[in-house]
Design a binder for this molecule. Structure first.
Ligand SMILES: [Zn+2]
Length: 387
């Protein structure tokens, strides 16, 4: 749907969540430029007479989801690099409410990684992707998860320069293990280039993690997963990352990577506005069980759970953002407003803010990226202002 081509529009729905407020009923006016011009519990007075009214009946309108960590979907992977694969992955997640996403690349040999980055640059420049996320290759071998251990290496300034050049401003985030030799200089280099630094796949202790945050790291890559666990004598990265208000924590709240009780526990610890829900989805998202790949590694999906073939190692997820939204809302119990608002923050505003891209919380002036959910909290329709 293209708001610009269709001119000004007025949406009416049973519920509209905008700018941190739940309106029942809700009216949302979108100008011809694709931005929200007014929102509230009543239709706006005056304005354009030629706007079309879209009646979304018993639907709930929430801001389009932002997935800051996703490798693919619909059988396609971002590392395959072909425009067709990228389109398939985007369309698969889009059907589940994601209107902005970062393309995550797993650790790969140097030449291949540069080629993968180059292939994605036009997709970022066109606005189809919000940026590239390099998940590694600067990761701890002992916490590499599904990454190919043979592709891991130390952060060296030469390679960082080559990747930043290849990315031409499209690399939005990197994940690295801050305990590696060269990591402090790498953090400094990435921050100077405006790249968000995330801490993950790490053996770092509490002190090393705090030093990385002080140097500018601002995101925890899938908190708990692939990092040293909490110890009461050595608190490790989890305590340092949750304790610092500058850090946004990613959670793969799909019920596989993380027990829902941990999601609620972290929420109590850091509050609703520092959690970014991510899918970390690989090609099998939106597809049936079967054989897939994550980077160069074969993955078997059984019962919706992706594992490195022949092992118990979890290899990304098959989740989509709508599923994480439902989990955050507490469906099937039905959300109260505070849970609904927290779910909106964590699936849209917080990840956008963490990435440094414009927030579209449907308050006036923001882009009208919106998802219409049914009373059963299933995605019914998706509108994006940038189509
Ligand atoms: Zn990942």
């Amino acid at each position: 749907m293209d708001s610009r081509r269709s001119g000004a529009r007025l949406f009416r729905a049973a519920t509209v969540v905008a700018g941190g407020v739940v309106h029942r009923p809700g009216w949302l006016e979108v100008a011809a430029d694709g931005r929200v011009s007014s929102v509230g519990p009543r239709p706006p007075t005056g304005g354009s007479a030629c706007r079309a009214t879209v009646d979304l009946r018993d639907g709930t309108v929430v801001p389009g989801f932002v997935d800051m960590h996703v490798h693919g979907g619909g059988g396609a992977s971002f590392d395959a690099g072909s425009p067709e694969q990228v389109r398939t992955a985007i369309a698969t997640h889009r059907a589940h409410g994601t209107t902005r996403m970062c393309a995550s690349l797993v650790s790969a040999p140097p030449e291949l990684l540069v080629r993968q980055v180059r292939a994605l640059v036009p997709q970022v420049e066109s606005g189809a992707l919000a940026g590239i996320h390099l998940e590694g290759p600067w990761l701890a071998a002992t916490r590499c998860g599904a990454h190919d251990p043979a592709a891991l290496r130390l952060p060296k300034q030469d390679e960082i320069r080559r990747l930043l050049d290849a990315g031409a401003g499209t690399i939005r985030m990197v994940t690295l293990a801050p305990e590696l030799p060269g990591a402090p200089a790498a953090i400094e280099r990435f921050r100077a280039a405006g790249v968000v630094v995330a801490i993950g796949h790490t053996e770092a202790d509490h002190r090393q993690t705090r030093a990385a945050i002080a140097a500018g790291a601002s995101v925890a890559t899938h908190l708990f997963n692939a990092m040293r666990p909490i110890g009461h004598r050595e608190p490790g990265p989890v305590v340092a990352l949750t304790a610092d208000p500058r850090v946004t924590v990613e959670l793969i709240a799909d019920g596989v990577h993380l027990d829902p009780a941990m999601y609620r526990w972290v929420g109590g610890l850091v509050g609703p506005s520092r959690i970014a829900l991510i899918t970390d989805a690989m090609a099998a998202a939106g597809r049936p069980d079967g054989e897939y790949r994550l980077g160069t590694r074969p993955v078997t999906v059984t019962g919706g759970v992706a594992r490195l073939t022949g092992s118990s190692t979890i290899a990304g997820s098959t989740a989509t953002m709508d599923r994480l939204f439902r989990m955050a809302c507490g469906v099937p119990d039905g959300p109260d407003d505070s849970r609904l608002l927290a779910a909106v923050l964590q699936t849209s505003t917080v990840p956008a803010r963490a990435l440094g891209i414009p927030v579209h919380d449907l308050s006036p002036g923001t882009l009208a990226d919106l998802v219409v959910l049914s009373p059963e909290w299933e995605v019914r329709q998706v509108f994006s202002a940038l189509d």
